[in-house]
Design a protein around this ligand. Structure first.
Ligand code: HEM
Length: 160
């Protein structure tokens, strides 16, 4: 049997080192933005569970503050999908990204007001609006899959 050359072994070694980096850059699997998004998701899920319970008002308001902090941080980050775009497309994509996160932050502010004033119905309406914003924005940006599409963490939707 032919022996594998040391050079070939070295190339395989280099590939093993760099492939995970490539996956990270392309898919944004573990991107900082994704981390912020997962945190927003976690907070909203808990808020949705407890917003109507007056005994948990302080904790619910803390969760809203946490969600706001993560949305603010998300706005400072670069979506991985935009990184390889041509300048004009990239500018348009980032514009949408910033506009949508601005809209999200506005709704988070309104949710905070509704909860502080014990307006449970208004709070529910804001929670629903935030979920709609998520779906709309993810569709616009071609991430996540939106409602009826893939659920978070599933395989990517077929692209163009
Ligand atoms: C409305 C403004 C929003 C914008 C502009 C936005 C943008 C994005 C982008 C660009 C990604 C892809 C990140 C990556 O590739 O690493 C992403 C992923 C994600 N977003 Fe958002 N998002 C928004 C709202 C939300 C909301 C409200 C939630 C949850 C309640 C959410 C949950 C997630 C989750 C869990 C992921 C990661 C998994 C996936 O790709 O589906 N997002 N978002």
């Amino acid at each position: 049997m032919k022996k594998t050359s040391p050079r070939c072994t070295f190339v395989v070694f280099l590939l093993t080192l760099f492939l995970p980096l490539r996956t990270f850059a392309e898919g944004g699997k573990d991107s900082p933005l994704r981390g912020e998004m997962e945190a927003i998701n976690r907070s909203l899920r808990l808020i949705n569970r407890q917003y109507a319970d007056p005994a948990q008002k302080v904790s619910t308001l803390e969760l809203v503050a946490t969600m706001q902090k993560h949305a603010e941080t998300a706005r400072t980050l670069t979506p991985p999908k935009s990184e390889k775009m041509a300048a004009a497309d990239q500018a348009k994509y980032l514009d949408t990204f910033h506009k949508d996160l601005g809209a999200l932050l506005k709704e988070i502010g309104l949710l905070k007001q509704a909860l502080a004033a014990d307006k449970t119905d208004a709070a529910k309406a804001e929670i629903d609006k935030i979920k709609q914003l998520e779906d709309l924005s993810h569709k616009e940006l071609g991430v996540g899959g939106g409602s009826g599409g893939r659920k978070h963490g599933g395989p990517p939707a077929p692209g163009p």
